[in-house]
Structure formats: structure tokens, C-alpha cells
Design a protein around this ligand. Sequence first.
Ligand SMILES: [Ca+2]
Ligand SMILES: [Ca+2]
Length: 221
Amino acid sequence: MKRFISCAVALSMFAVASSTASAGSLVELAKWTFETSVPTTAGPHSAEGGLNAGAGSPATGFHTVGAAVYSNPVGNGSFESFSSNNWSEGDYYMFRTSTLGYEGITIQWEQTRSSTGPSEFDLEWSTDGTNFTALVVDYVINQVTWSSGAYTAGSLFGPHTGPSNLDNQAAVYFRMVSKQTTASAGTNRIDDVTISGTLIPEPGTLGLLALGALLGLRRRR
Ligand SMILES: [Ca+2]
Ligand SMILES: [Ca+2]
């Protein structure tokens, strides 16, 4: 009986070890494809994919000029994207999601523009939606022509890893802010914005793993 119990304990330890094997891999927390939201306004537009898909993960746009028009031209290898015109310096696209239980937060996205659209942006992060800090300064957007049927290289940004301030937060914010004021007809558009993170190992699980290792040592004697 005693041998049976220790065998069962060893088996359960093995199960715990197996279930935590994925702890180091990157998980998509929110992904905006715009295939369901099909934007015609500043938003909010819910994330279509990721662990936190839905209204809790909104995308929004901000333009100083009231005449700005939001639209949904083709994405990069997909039918929809988030596009707008009338760009002023300081205008932005913003994305929010929860990172509770996750660390090592990353963001990547596709972005392009029309010939007269803004080409220089900053990537900023925040945990309160008010105070933002730059993560990438003056990144350059080339004019890459997207089509719905095939992916076009040359418009992927990131993945960029945010600071540890973004770990395990009920809300984190990223925004792409224009550094330029351009002609009113100039557009800039964004697609497949993905915020990811790595599962934070639970202290309890670590304890069990340590116990399992200890039992393993005892059995080997
Ligand atoms: Ca899309
Ligand atoms: Ca469309």
C-alpha cells in the first residue's frame, strides 16, 4: 500500500510538471484583426482574438481634427484594417488589454500609409491610460501596398518587449502616436495588432515541483 501511494504521488508530480511545461511560451492576450469590428468610427473596437478577446480589449483612434474619417480598407493579407485620414502630430491608435497572470509583455503590428500619410510614429505604453512613456521613438512607416489575398512583407513592427511595469496588470495601454501633421487626404492604417505575454509560474506550483524533485531524490537512494 505504501509503495502504491508513493507511486501515485510520483505520478501526480509528473502531471504537475507536464502541465507547467508550457509556462515559458508566449501566449496571445489580445489580437485585433478588424475582420469583425470593420471600423467606421474611432471605436472602441473589440479584439477579435487572444485570451482576452472581446469588449475588455478595445482599440480606439484619436484625431485632433474633427473631420477625420475612419475606414476599413484591405488589411495585410486580410479584408479589413483600421484606417484614418486628417493626421495631426499627436494623433494616435490605442490598444488596451489585461496582463493579469502574465509577464514579458510584447506587442507587434502591421502598419502602412498612403503616399501623403504620416510616416513617423512613436510607440508608447501606459498602465493608467493617462501617463504614457515612449518605448520606440521615431519609427518609420514605408508605403507598402497591402492586398486581401496575400501577405506583403515590409510593414511588420516588433515584437517589442515592454518594461516589467506592464507585467500582471488589470489594464495596459499601447498607442502609436503620429509625429507629423500631413495633408488631410493622407491616410495611415494598422492591422493584426497583437499583445502577448508569458504565464507567470504560480508559487504553489513551484513548491510542488520542488517537492516532486525531493521525492525523486529520496526514491533514488
Ligand atoms: Ca485584418
Ligand atoms: Ca473593408
